[in-house]
Design a protein around this ligand. Structure first.
Ligand SMILES: [Zn+2]
Length: 43
């Protein structure tokens, strides 16, 4: 599974899809992929 990191607060979340919003600091579109994990089948 891939992991996504918030560029603003450093919060990391695992998931196939890029999170739309950081659940910690509330910023939008601040995630970058920190760990590549398998196939990304994100719709
Ligand atoms: Zn954040």
């Amino acid at each position: 599974m891939a992991a996504w990191k918030c560029k603003k607060c450093g919060f990391t979340k695992e998931g196939r899809c890029k999170p739309k919003k950081c659940e910690k600091c509330g910023a939008k579109d601040v995630f970058e992929k920190s760990i590549e994990g398998g196939k990304s089948k994100c719709r």
